[in-house]
Design a protein around this ligand. Structure first.
Ligand code: ADP
Ligand code: MG
Length: 322
């Protein structure tokens, strides 16, 4: 079991940021309103994700770590018809196969359990008092898979991957208060009050958020709504453009290009705006590349959506007479 779990783990868990993504998505699926993330050495020595969600029943904690165990769906038709972020039941099993994991959980603010698993081997199951919610502590990631450990880049690179994924998850969920801290400092804090502009402030800074331009537009197929920054931000990278389709953070190059195109000649070469776009559409229009981690999506009416994004952003910028 351990070997096949390690192989499966390689698909889902590429790097510390993948662990964080899976644990945060579980917390979101458990209706958490507060998610606190702590990392040491960019997650290689420690990742801790604490949520105040529903918790897991004591009787089901061990089950949650079995491969292909999910409480969420029984049959996958279309990712965008699935209302939970997780559905494969692979994440906890995969993480526990390649690290040392302690999961503590309670469903009732009173009695809870702590399950410890190292490299797929159960160490202990104990009871304890705990507030409602789940805390997963992952230490020594890839300690038993040296080949995978070799792929891990510098602490800076891995931390950037972590910040990037937490940014996107927080932007897609303004109703959830997120914190991300390292042992030295707090990196992200969002309010969780549901306001997208305030969430942007928690991530990119208050001043940036205040200067951002709101936009919204709709046609028969799509509704788009969001914020985009003034041109010529000093810090700029395509990663500052976030696409959220029906509440799920996705990657789509044509739509990112449409945002950039909306700036026409206003962006200097090599500079990108900060943009957050919420897109609401009929799930039937989305084709998902159903790889366990890939966020790339294709859309049936992609060109039309790109055109809507392009013109909407161009119009909001035109009003400013830059
Ligand atoms: P999936 O999310 O695809 O169902 P996971 O391996 O990520 O698979 O999780 C397995 C199961 O463990 C979930 O279906 C859920 O029932 C439970 N679970 C995991 N994390 C949490 C959490 N933070 N809060 C509540 N339940 C959780
Ligand atoms: Mg999951």
């Amino acid at each position: 079991a351990t070997l096949s779990n390690q192989i499966a783990a390689g698909e889902v868990i590429e790097r510390p940021a993948s662990v964080i993504k899976e644990l945060v998505e579980n917390a979101l699926d458990a209706q958490a309103s507060q998610i606190d993330i702590l990392v040491k050495d960019a997650g290689i020595s420690l990742i801790k994700v604490a949520d105040n969600g529903t918790g897991i029943k004591s009787s089901e904690v061990e089950l949650a770590f079995l491969p292909h165990t999910t409480s969420k769906i029984s049959n996958l038709h279309d990712l965008f018809h699935v209302h939970t972020l997780g559905f494969r039941g692979e994440a906890l099993a995969s993480i526990a196969a390649v690290a040392k994991v302690a999961l503590t959980t309670s469903t009732d603010n009173n009695a809870g359990v702590c399950l410890k698993i190292n490299g797929g081997q159960k160490q202990s199951l104990t009871t304890l008092a705990k507030a409602r919610g789940t805390t997963v502590t992952v230490t020594d990631l890839f300690y038993n898979t040296p080949a995978r450990l070799k792929y891990i880049k510098t602490v800076n690179t891995e931390l950037n991957h972590i910040i990037n994924i937490v940014n996107r998850l927080a932007l897609a969920h303004p109703e959830v208060a997120f914190t991300l801290a390292t042992n030295q400092r707090n990196l992200i804090r969002t309010s969780g009050n549901g306001n997208l502009q305030q969430t942007i402030a928690g991530i990119y800074g208050r001043l940036t958020a205040q200067q951002m331009i709101p936009f919204q537009q709709a046609n028969a197929d799509f509704r788009i709504q969001g914020y985009t920054s003034l041109p010529q931000q000093t810090r700029s990278n395509r990663r500052y453009i976030s696409l959220i389709i029906n509440g799920r953070y996705v990657v789509n190059n044509q739509l990112i290009q449409a945002v950039i195109a909306g700036y026409e000649s206003k962006l200097m070469v090599g500079r990108y705006p900060i943009t957050v776009i919420n897109i609401a559409l009929d799930p039937l229009l989305v084709d998902v590349n159903v790889h366990p981690t890939k966020r790339e999506v294709r859309l049936s009416k992609e060109a039309a959506l790109a055109e809507l994004i392009h013109t909407t952003i161009a119009q909001s910028l035109a009003k400013l007479n830059l």
